[in-house]
Design a protein around this ligand. Structure first.
Ligand SMILES: C[S@@+](CC[C@H](N)C(=O)[O-])C[C@H]1O[C@@H](n2cnc3c(N)ncnc32)[C@H](O)[C@@H]1O
Length: 352
């Protein structure tokens, strides 16, 4: 990570009177600056809440409170470790970080598409490091005890601007049918978070490899899973099926703008239609897409495929319950739980 991104954001946060110009800043430094600003925004929010809880204790100074945090959750933000005797104005700092994040993203939108692609790849790689560290921090924590440290699930949603994922289209959506579960008007709230996608990819890459693998998103929404996967590994062969045509159009436009069409395709398709057959693939991704009937129809096909070849199924949310049944009926190996169990990865091969 370039040192200049830290200097830049430090100056923005602590010397707000200083003007900055991002026009000539290298795209890699913009990527690091984006991640650091979005992270700082969440960090100040977190510090504000935690310090509020600690303040009642007389035996603890702000510095005592802060020092251990710089060794753990704030380790990427060591440059904030200044004036640690003085309690900062969290709200102002958070607002400055957010305004800087917006400025960085606006600058990136003015850059050539090749640079935007470089920006996305670099940002995602830095974000992955942060998510893996967050994941490590949650190990051994009981779900009932809540999340430990800064929660990053929605921290980087701003990246959607570069993909041009326009959720506004959902607001104008007319409900034309009642049978399938289409999340009318739901927008960003029902797209997998960047943390979920990157943690899934890190696991898949480590255990199965991604290059040359065929991956299918069943109910692909605005295409985040596919877009991130293809940027993560261009040798992946990814197809996303989605009922709602405007979501598919947005996904395909983003793939084209980023020149990912060779590895990435989105198709408008109602997966409940009796003439639909899932394609042969190595990895299927399901984030709560279906009604009960459609789950039965699609999962039957996945089980049939698993009798011919190894199949990996990544589930997010309640889709997991459906796969748990299948996995135990067919003697698949034990699933792996990630992302505080939001993500569950099933493997059709029996445990050795
Ligand atoms: C919760 S969203 C998940 C989006 C995406 N997979 C992700 O993880 O970001 C589920 C998507 O499945 C789509 N869906 C539901 N029923 C469908 C069907 N019968 N055929 C195709 N897509 C369907 C919905 O329209 C919605 O966009």
């Amino acid at each position: 990570m370039g040192i200049r991104s830290q200097e830049l954001i430090e100056s923005v946060l602590y010397n707000p009177g200083n003007d900055y110009c991002l026009k000539d800043v290298d795209i890699q430094i913009l990527a690091d600056s984006y991640v650091l600003s979005a992270l700082s925004k969440s960090a100040f929010q977190y510090l504000k809440e935690q310090w509020w809880l600690q303040q009642r204790r007389e035996d603890i100074s702000y510095k005592d409170f802060l020092t251990p945090l710089f060794k753990s959750y704030l380790s990427s933000l060591k440059f904030l470790d200044r004036d640690s005797e003085k309690v900062p104005q969290f709200k102002k700092l958070s607002q400055r970080a957010e305004a800087f994040e917006r400025d960085v993203l606006s600058e990136v939108l003015l850059r050539a598409q090749s640079e935007q692609k470089e920006f996305l790849a670099r940002s995602l790689s830095f974000m992955k490091e942060l998510f893996l560290r967050e994941e490590g921090d949650q190990r051994g924590v009981l779900q009932s005890d809540g999340h430990k440290g800064i929660e990053l699930y929605r921290t980087f949603d701003g990246l959607d601007i570069i993909f041009e994922l326009n959720y506004q289209l959902d607001r104008e959506m007319k409900i034309t049918q009642k049978k399938e579960r289409l999340y009318e008007k739901a927008g960003v709230g029902v797209q997998s978070g960047y943390s979920t996608i990157l943690l899934a990819l890190a696991h898949l890459e480590e255990h199965y490899g991604l290059s040359g693998k065929k991956m299918v998103d069943l109910g692909s929404g605005y295409g985040r899973v596919g877009l991130v996967s293809a940027l993560y590994c261009e040798e992946i062969d990814f197809i996303g099926y989605e009922y709602v045509a405007h979501r598919v159009d947005v996904s395909n436009r983003a793939a084209k703008n980023l020149e990912l069409e060779k590895s990435l395709l989105f198709v408008t398709q109602d997966l409940s239609l009796s003439d639909f057959y899932i394609p042969q693939a190595d990895i299927f991704y399901l984030y709560d897409p279906f009604t009960e009937e459609t789950y039965h129809f699609i999962l039957k096909q996945i089980v049939e495929l698993s009798q011919l070849q190894r199949v990996i199924v990544v589930t997010k949310g309640n889709a997991r319950a459906w796969l748990e049944r299948i996995s135990s009926d067919n003697n698949w190996s034990s699933p792996v739980f990630i992302d505080e169990s939001n993500l569950c990865i099933f493997d059709s091969e029996e445990a050795k």
